[in-house]
Write a protein that binds this ligand. Structure first.
Ligand SMILES: NC(=O)C1=CN([C@@H]2O[C@H](COP(=O)(O)OP(=O)(O)OC[C@H]3O[C@@H](n4cnc5c(N)ncnc54)[C@H](O)[C@@H]3O)[C@@H](O)[C@H]2O)[C@@H](O)CC1
Ligand SMILES: Nc1ncnc2c1ncn2[C@@H]1O[C@H](COP(=O)(O)OP(=O)(O)O)[C@@H](O)[C@H]1O
Ligand SMILES: [K+]
Length: 486
């Protein structure tokens, strides 16, 4: 499991360690040495030798400059761009003596930058506010496209807390962070700017709950509900799926195919005539109609406004499922039936547009209208608000999937290729996570583990190429086996 801690927690851990060290510069020395080792390796891989440092005003800039001193000692040509600010440590003459030429804001920095093989972004670190000083915006605009950009600790300008996306910021090829990952490295608003993430050990130890967790492959065997000889179909979990209608007939097929493929004890399907016929034909394992279950999936392809035959009876069962004390996953059309808090374990699985709509409906007349764009610009805050309003865990879908409980550490999964952005993929996710809820997992575990398996299945269904939702659903059983037996 990857764990990311807030800037404040990291600073406290650094202060605690520093108090035990004789030299107050020791941690920065460790950070700079580790950073220099990574840069050295990348220069060797790419055959480059010209390093340009973007030197900010704080310790992040100092880290980059110290790393450049090591690289200069080893023969690289190192130049640092300084803005109209003093450097945190030393001045231009002391750095020049140490082997790093400093080019001031009024110097010919463009020519220097054009020749860079490797750019070390040390403008801002965990002390940064989202956005960049104007001079650094100009540097970033002028970055040569073929230079390898290494961000020091985090891509400058990105929000260290990973809460908000900002357009004036660095997008790195690699980020070298110190001690532990931070939220910026794993949350959806900022993760795409991080590139490859490398963590340099500087000896700090973090205690207590992290801000963000990310499950990895090694977590799957410990969490996945593997049956034993004493199990039967009921003890493994029965899932009820209320999905589809006369206009959306495919969603229940995808959801039910994925749910049985994830290893359910049994599945009950509740639908109107057309999708029921399709589920009968394509998922012969499904038992049709209402009955006793351990958890519900309510909503894939569900049209809550339909007047077609069978719709009223189906909606009555959907409402009864939501009013029950059983765990429930609520997706797509089912989200329109959420009226407030539910006491039983609940996982809501909106995409950004559905989350905006849910917040507008539940937020009350006084709250400002939320748009899909606002959700995408600050996904964590919006998911958290929905989790607090409903008491449910909110799984917000996207390239990075967030799973946000009403309180405490959030999970963030990034396991899927962009090919997964295809209609019906969400119905498959609902089936997988629903199966895990029926087996007794918490909404947090069911959502994050389901998102991991779903993302890996997208890749395994057709490595490196397009994937359709039905192929994704069919790839679930093999993916689970692969992750359990690797
Ligand atoms: N605390 C420690 O012991 C260690 C810290 N390290 C480094 O220190 C960094 C943190 O250093 P600092 O606390 O000096 O903070 P930063 O280097 O992130 O920069 C903070 C400075 O930039 C200014 N600033 C912030 N946001 C701005 C914006 N958007 N536009 C313009 N100016 C802005 C602030 O006013 C402040 O002067 C870490 O990211 C890491 O690189 C490492 O050396 C490891 C050890
Ligand atoms: N760019 C992307 N990269 C990887 N996965 C993505 C990307 N965009 C969306 N996804 C995933 O694809 C799925 C889409 O679900 P959803 O929007 O509900 O589609 P549908 O309602 O058509 O089934 C979600 O699991 C989401 O996390
Ligand atoms: K940086």
């Amino acid at each position: 499991m990857l764990r990311a801690w807030s800037a404040d927690a990291v600073r406290s851990a650094e202060a605690a360690l520093m108090a035990t060290l004789d030299d107050e510069g020791e941690l920065m020395a460790r950070a700079a040495w580790g950073l220099a080792r990574v840069c050295r390796a990348r220069l060797e891989e790419t055959g480059g030798s010209r390093v340009v440092v973007l030197a900010g005003p704080g310790n992040n800039g100092a880290d980059a400059l110290y790393a450049a001193v090591h690289l200069a000692d080893e023969g690289a040509e190192c130049v640092a761009l300084q803005g109209p600010w003093p450097l945190a440590i030393g001045d231009s003459s002391s750095w020049q003596e140490a082997g790093v030429r400093i080019v001031a804001a009024d110097g010919d920095w463009r020519a220097v930058l054009t020749g860079a093989d490797l750019v070390l972004d040390g403008v801002l670190g965990i002390g940064g506010r989202p956005g960049l000083p104007d001079e650094a915006v100009a540097w970033v605009d002028a970055l040569p496209p073929d230079a390898y950009v290494v961000a020091v600790d985090l891509p400058s300008g990105q929000d260290p807390a990973g809460e908000v996306a900002h357009e004036d910021a660095v997008f790195a090829d690699e980020t070298v962070t110190f001690g532990v990952p931070k939220p910026v490295h794993v949350l959806p608003a900022t993760e795409s700017a991080v590139g490859r993430l490398t963590v340099v050990d500087i000896g700090i130890e973090l205690e207590g709950d992290p801000e963000v967790e990310r499950l990895d492959f090694a977590d799957v065997p410990g969490l996945w509900p593997v049956p034993t000889a004493s199990d039967d179909k009921y003890s493994r979990g029965v899932l009820g799926v209320v999905a589809g209608g006369e206009s959306y007939t495919g969603a229940p097929v995808l959801c039910c195919t994925a749910a049985v493929g994830a290893g359910l004890g049994m599945l009950r399907y509740v639908g109107t005539p057309a999708p029921t016929a399709l589920v009968r034909a394509s998922v012969p394992e499904a038992v049709i109609g209402d009955g006793r279950v351990q958890a519900w999936v309510v909503g894939p392809g569900l049209d809550t406004t339909s007047r077609a035959a069978g719709s009223k009876a189906q909606l009555d069962i959907a409402r009864a499922a939501l009013a029950s004390d059983l765990p429930a996953l609520v997706d797509a059309g089912g989200l329109d039936l959420v009226t407030g808090r539910r006491d039983a374990p609940t996982l809501l699985t909106p995409h950004a547009g559905e989350l905006a709509r849910l917040l507008n409906r539940l937020g009350g007349a006084d709250s400002a209208d939320v748009t899909r764009q606002q959700v995408q610009a600050s996904p964590l805050a919006h998911a958290r608000r929905a989790a607090r309003l409903t008491g449910a865990t909110v799984l917000l879908k996207g390239a990075t999937t967030l799973v946000v409980p009403p309180e405490g550490t959030v999970r963030s999964q990034n396991d899927a290729p962009p090919w997964l952005a295809t209609a019906g993929a969400g119905d498959v996710l609902a089936g997988v996570c629903g199966a895990l809820l029926a087996a007794g997992l918490s909404p947090l575990d069911a959502g994050s583990l389901g998102a991991l398996v779903h993302g890996v299945a997208a890749d395994r269904a057709n490595p490196g190429g397009p994937v359709r939702a039905l192929a994704l659903a069919h790839a679930i059983p093999g993916t689970v086996a692969h992750l359990l037996t690797r």
